[in-house]
Design a protein around this ligand. Structure first.
Ligand code: NAD
Length: 228
């Protein structure tokens, strides 16, 4: 059975997405920079590997080891809280490379397998994890905001190009979710309270609540949804 590659799968949204896809009966391959990914994968009974998604040679080699791929969930992500006046070329590139460039390169590298899946009657799909910070203003993390807004442009462009081949691509703009990435902010009472106050549902979300949307968009139930 062809597999869905899930990046950032050792933690947070990526791990929850891998779990949700497995619960849906999908074959999943878990990638992350963090070595914990192999234990997370073993718990799910799925293959896992330490892969740096910004290293195109490493991702190409990892893809060569796969039997067939019918999907990608790009949940690997990074935030460096540096406003204008603080960021550097290196820190700007570090954020953009993981959050945005990696998805562009991965879809390109996986394209032959996604096209083969469509030709074989499958329903190949890609979901990227964007953010409300790709839609609204956060003054503390300009590189992150740019990466997440860029992901939306990338999603629409790729959807327009790949739709005729039967490949769907969507993004999830999630709110504030309790994951290790956000924990440092949640530990500051006034920051956590401002997140809660800004949330219509009046609370911080859980990774599983994003994973449910990811699993839906990856499934044939979302067969007429692309570029969204
Ligand atoms: P997380 O820190 O729990 O997970 C991110 C994972 O990405 C980590 O396991 C990390 O090791 C992995 N990763 C980072 N760089 C990598 C690389 N070069 N190669 C492979 N893996 C790499 O955080 P999360 O909240 O689950 O983040 C998932 C996605 O959600 C990210 O794209 C993040 O930007 C986005 N996001 C999170 C929030 C939030 O509220 N938590 C808000 C907006 C967007």
């Amino acid at each position: 059975m062809a597999a869905v590659v899930v990046t950032g799968a050792a933690s947070g949204i990526g791990r929850a997405s891998a779990q949700a896809l497995v619960a849906d009966g999908r074959q999943v391959v878990l990638w992350d920079l963090a070595p914990e990914v192999t234990a997370v994968a073993a718990d799910l009974g799925m293959p896992g590997a330490v892969v740096d998604v910004t290293d195109t040679a490493a991702t190409a080699a990892a893809i060569q080891r796969l039997d067939g791929v019918d999907g990608l969930v790009h949940a690997a992500g990074r935030v460096i809280p540096e406003p204008v006046g603080a960021y550097t070329v290196e820190s700007w590139d570090a954020v953009l490379d993981v959050n945005l460039r990696a998805q562009a390169m991965l879809v390109q590298q996986l394209l032959p397998q996604l096209e083969a899946s469509a030709r074989a009657g499958g329903t190949p799909a890609v979901v990227g994890i964007s953010s409300i910070e790709g839609l609204t203003a956060n003054p503390f993390i300009p590189a992150y905001c740019a990466s997440k807004a860029g992901l939306l442009g990338l999603t629409r462009s790729m959807a327009a190009q790949l739709g005729p081949s039967g490949i769907r691509i969507n993004a999830v703009c999630r709110g504030f979710i309790r994951t290790p990435m956000l924990q440092i902010a949640l530990d500051v009472d006034e920051v956590r309270e401002s997140f809660v106050a800004a949330a219509p549902l009046g609370r911080i979300g859980d990774p599983e609540e994003v994973a449910a949307a990811v699993a839906f968009l990856m499934s044939p139930k979302a067969s007429f949804i692309t570029g969204t």
